[in-house]
Design a binder for this molecule. Structure first.
Ligand SMILES: O=c1ccn([C@@H]2O[C@H](COP(=O)(O)O)[C@@H](O)[C@H]2O)c(=O)[nH]1
Length: 244
């Protein structure tokens, strides 16, 4: 059973907001809870490195979710720059392939070697987006077989490239751990407390089921950030995660 502190340190709240002001207003309500925050495309493209530094100065651990997907040289440079921001975790797309993922790891090593940072951020790969259904995978993306097979394929590739983990649905965590070992980190969006709107997500579980399925980190956005009282929404989720 998890303590409240252990549960909070597994939660990454997705601050998908259009500007620094509204993101920091939510962050303020989460301050001291022990949770991480996730800065994604919407916030980073609007507010840039400054909002990352501000959140860091407020004591949050940060997942920078920009899902890089480009040629290896570009990703290596991007990873070097991201590492210098002092984030704790960032990601690339597994679909970029082995050389691209290895280039991300190399960019981080370069930032360490030049002394720009003293601790390397974790680098993980997106396997299949949690909004992707079997039908979309097979008919639109053009990958045959099950979602789990596609996820495991990218997880193994990410591990071969020297990355520390993957983004996937909690539904795939057991298979990932079986394929890549228990220490290979799983970061799982697609979290929906009972009764909350699933929206554009497809492969979802409740927070409690995600914990029981063995995930390392739960990425939760709208169920917390769209609530009228985000701190209370987080509190309810933490209670569910810690119930024996
Ligand atoms: O496969 C993925 C990868 C990333 N995400 C991101 O997680 C959050 C989820 O937010 P909710 O509001 O809880 O749906 C969002 O920032 C996504 O960009 C994902 O959902 N699935």
């Amino acid at each position: 059973m998890l303590t409240r502190d252990q549960a909070a340190s597994k939660i990454m709240v997705a601050l998908d907001k259009p500007d620094a002001k509204s993101a920091l207003a939510v962050a303020e309500q989460l301050q001291g809870s022990g949770c991480w925050v996730k800065v994604g495309m919407e916030l980073f493209y609007a507010a840039g490195p400054a909002v990352v530094k501000e959140l860091k100065s407020r004591g949050f651990r940060i997942f920078l979710d920009l899902k890089m997907h480009d040629i290896p040289n570009t990703v290596q440079g991007g990873a070097r720059s991201i590492a210098r921001l002092g984030v704790d975790l960032f990601n690339v797309h597994g679909a970029g392939g082995l050389a691209m993922m290895a280039a991300a790891a190399k960019g981080v090593s370069q930032a360490l070697e030049t002394g720009d940072i003293d601790k390397a951020p974790m680098v993980i790969a997106v396997t299949q987006l949690t909004s992707t259904s079997l039908q979309v995978l097979n008919e639109e993306i053009g990958i045959s077989g099950s979602v789990e097979d596609a996820v495991i394929h990218y997880a193994r590739l990410a591990q071969s490239a020297g990355l520390q983990g993957v983004v996937a649905s909690p539904l795939e965590v057991a298979a990932i751990k079986k394929a890549c070992g228990s220490g290979f980190v799983t970061v799982t969006p697609g979290i929906r407390p009972l009764g909350s709107d699933v929206g554009d997500q497809t492969r979802v579980t409740t927070p409690r089921d995600a914990v029981d399925l063995g995930t390392d980190y739960l990425v939760i956005g709208r169920p917390i950030t769209a609530a009228s009282r985000p701190a209370e929404a987080l509190d309810t989720i933490l209670k569910e995660m810690t119930l024996s």
